[in-house]
Every structure is written in C-alpha cells, then in structure tokens.
Design a protein around this ligand. Structure first.
Ligand code: TYM
Length: 327
C-alpha cells in the first residue's frame, strides 16, 4: 500500500513562486510514489473577507494551476474543501479537544492578527483546527508543506495523539515534509518577510502567471544588498534569496552558480535570473491556457475528486462520532 500524501492551498490572491518552490514542486515530484490528495481550501480562505465571484473563480484557477504545474489526474486527486461537509464537522469536534493555549502559540495567527482588531475573527484563530481536520479525515501519512505550515502540522499531531489517548487509534499521526532548500522563499522587496499571496506590493512576489515583462521588471527591481559579490551567504538575505530561486529553477549546484557569477555585477545576475524563471514558467503557462480553454475539464476533474474522497472522509468522521458517543 502506498503512503497517503495530503496537502492544501488557499485559493486567494495569485499563486507565486514561493508556493511552487516550497510546496507544489514537492507534490509533483513525489506523485508516483504516493497516493496523493490536494485540497483547495476555500473554507480557510474566508477567514479574511472575499468577493464571492472572485473566490469561486479562484477555486477553479487554483485547480487549473496545479494541473498546469504537473499534478496528474491519474496519480493525484484535487478537490475543493467546502464540497465535503465532513471538514467543517470534524473541525468543530476537534475544537473541543484543543486547549486554547495551543492555538495562542501559533506564530501564523500572531502575525496575521497584528492587523486591525475588528478584522480578526474566530475563524482566523481556529484556522489550525480546520487544517487538522483536513489532514486527519484522510488518515494521511505525509503532509508536504513550506516552513510556515510546519507548526500547524505539529498541532495536528498533538490533537490526534490527545484524541487517540482517550478513544483508541482513531487517527493516524501525520508527518510534515519540508524541502531542505526553498521552504521559505522571501519577498523580493523585503527579504525579511516571507513571499505571500496576501501582500500586494508591486515587486513583492513573482506569480506563476506573470508575463515575461512583469517577471523581468520585478527581478530587476528586487532588493539586493551591499555584499557586491554573488555568493550564498546567509548574512546577506536579499542576494541569498535570489540565488536560492536561481538554484531551484536552473537545477545548477551552488558551486557552479558562484563560479558562473564570479566577478560579475548584480545586473548580469538578475538578467540571467529573470531568464531562468521565464523559461521555467513558459510551459506551465502554456499548459494553463490549454487546460482553461475548456472550463468543463476542470469542473469534471473536481467533481470526480469529490466523489472519490467523500466516502473516505465520511468513514473517518463516522468513526470519530461513534467513538465519542454522537448520533
Ligand atoms: P498557503 O495557501 O498559504 O500556501 C500553500 C503552500 O505554499 C507554501 N508557501 C511557501 N513556501 C515557501 N516559501 C513561501 N514564501 C511560501 N508561501 C507559501 C505553504 O507553506 C503551503 O505549503 N494553511 C495552508 C493550507 C492548508 C493545508 C491544509 C496545508 C489548509 N489545510 C492541510 C496542508 C495540509 C495555507 O494557507 O497554505
């Protein structure tokens, strides 16, 4: 039996190269080894205000981008979280087994809740419980994510362990898998901040559907620092981040990259970096156009996903409910 991989992505903003390098790249490359489920987490998305029309369109766009990036319908199932009611139901049940203190420690909540107080809703606070429900419903073994989600997967393990210690082996304990390189791609305009879908700064992120001109401009504008030499040096986070992006898109080793740019200036490096990204994204963007030419194709795959996964989710939920005496 192949191990089960589960991961999720929010259908908000635009998918960017951080999402690709931190998460989607892992999903694609290990697809044939595992039994894979990828969830478009629209219930998580509504923890911040969303335009209904845009949200609906983004669900499909995100699914199309995953297939364009190399997710194969024969090897992986993609579905929309809100289509399977068991996610919200299990999240509620898990709420009753998660101490407030565990949630208060979540760094992502601490960061996101720095905004205006009235915009911070209970859903945002409870976000990790829904994420735990996503993962546990499918008895997942592995959860490939970027660095920022590792703590949420730890919380998932903790709540599963707590629940199992009372009711027996109801849930499998999942493990996160995080890439050694690229698990935290930083913003182009501020290398102390993570590249993020919710930031709108002009040169903050490179989106997977950006045109060659946009990519070129954003890279040329990207912050560098005063090192004046092109080396992988963690003390110089701006150039380190750009070099990491170059490394992952070019497939070259760090030594080869440093040799290639020895004695050269930032302008030459940035021009090559932009070219490497543009070339990498070209086939992905072409596939995206092909896939979205026929909107019924995505709808059909998503409906198949629902039908395949609903019985698995319901089986776990029924097990949970009977263990705790509900129904
Ligand atoms: P989301 O939509 O923010 O991001 C999707 C995936 O991309 C990774 N990622 C990054 N990796 C490297 N560098 C970055 N700058 C960067 N930004 C994002 C994220 O770590 C993630 O793996 N809570 C999740 C979605 C979710 C989920 C789940 C994930 C809901 N349920 C169950 C796994 C399992 C989120 O908001 O991801």
């Amino acid at each position: 039996m192949k191990k089960r991989v589960f991961s999720g992505i929010q259908p908000t903003g635009s998918l960017h190269i951080g999402n690709y390098l931190g998460a989607i790249r892992q999903w694609v490359s290990s697809q044939s080894q595992y039994n894979n489920i990828f969830c478009i987490v629209d219930l998580h998305a509504i923890t911040i205000p969303q335009d209904p029309k845009v949200l609906r369109a983004k669900n499909r766009e995100t699914a199309a981008l995953l297939y364009a990036a190399g997710i194969e319908p024969d090897l992986s199932t993609v579905f929309i979280q809100s289509h399977i009611g068991a996610h919200a139901e299990l999240a509620w049940i898990l709420n009753c087994y998660i101490p407030m203190g565990w949630m208060q420690r979540m760094t992502q909540f601490k960061e996101k809740s720095k905004k205006k107080k009235e915009e911070v809703n209970i859903g945002l606070f409870d976000y990790p419980a829904l994420m735990a429900a996503d993962i546990l419903l499918y008895q997942s073994d592995l959860v490939p994510v970027g660095e920022d989600q590792r703590q949420h997967v730890e919380l998932t393990r903790d709540v599963a362990r707590r629940f199992n210690s009372v009711y027996g082996e109801v849930f499998k304990l999942p493990e996160s898998t995080v890439n050694e390189v690229g698990a935290r791609i930083m913003s182009l305009d501020d290398p102390t901040k993570k590249m993020s879908k919710s930031k709108t700064g002009k040169s903050h992120a490179i989106n997977l559907l950006d045109s060659p001109d946009e990519i070129y401009l954003k890279i040329m504008r990207a912050k560098t620092d005063s090192l004046h030499s092109i080396r992988f040096d963690r003390n110089h986070p701006a150039i380190h981040n750009l070099l990491t992006i170059f490394e992952l898109f070019s497939g070259l080793s760090r030594i080869d990259i440093e040799e290639r740019f020895e004695g050269k200036g930032y302008a030459i490096f940035k021009k090559e970096l932009a070219e490497v990204i543009i070339e990498f994204l070209k086939p992905l963007q072409l596939r995206y156009q092909e896939i979205t030419n026929d909107p019924s194709y995505i709808d059909h795959l998503l409906a198949e996903g629902d039908a395949k996964l609903r019985p698995i989710a319901e089986k776990t939920l029924n097990h949970v409910k009977s263990a705790i005496g509900l129904g």
